[in-house]
Design a protein around this ligand. Structure first.
Ligand code: FES
Length: 154
């Protein structure tokens, strides 16, 4: 069940758009900001507010890599696996992250600090290899920079 605050924030978004469906991504982001991810139950409640089916809204949610449909850690690391980053050092970068955190793609560290996910081009090909931690973009990222980057996220 959505909280009163979540409903209020979604209503505010709805007041700004011409069609309810146009508020889909913003509404999902509101829920994710409050809960860290979007559960099936929350998705159904949001869909109902938008006069959409859960399947329709889920299609939107799964299209956007930044909407998490499963629980994630306090910080999410998104590593670009598209062509420019692949060529410029994706594999060594990924190896360092995996060995430093002891997790693979789709996994979360035991202390719930980090979740590691792949992502398609971040639009920062000139900074390849690129990655994001939460809202922050990094690139070009070297193995040497990794410890310093991760230390910023507790
Ligand atoms: S290919 Fe990685 S940012 Fe574009």
């Amino acid at each position: 069940m959505l909280t009163d605050l979540e409903k209020q924030e979604i209503d505010t978004e709805l007041s700004r758009v011409a069609t309810k469906a146009s508020a889909s991504v913003d509404a999902l982001n509101i829920v994710q900001r409050h809960r860290g991810w979007v559960s099936d139950e929350a998705l159904k409640d949001v869909a109902s507010m938008l006069d959409m089916t859960a399947d329709e809204l889920d299609a939107v949610a799964t299209f956007y890599s930044f909407i998490f449909r499963r629980p994630v850690g306090r910080h999410v690391i998104l590593v670009c696996d598209s062509i420019s980053c692949y060529v410029m050092g994706y594999n060594p970068l990924l190896d360092v992250i995996k060995s430093r955190l002891g997790i693979a793609f789709g996994e979360t560290t035991e202390d719930k600090r980090f979740t590691l996910l792949p992502i398609s081009c971040l639009g920062a090909c000139d900074r390849a290899p690129a990655m994001m931690v939460d809202e922050d973009l990094y690139g070009p990222v070297t193995a040497e920079m990794m410890e310093e980057i991760l230390e910023q996220y507790k």
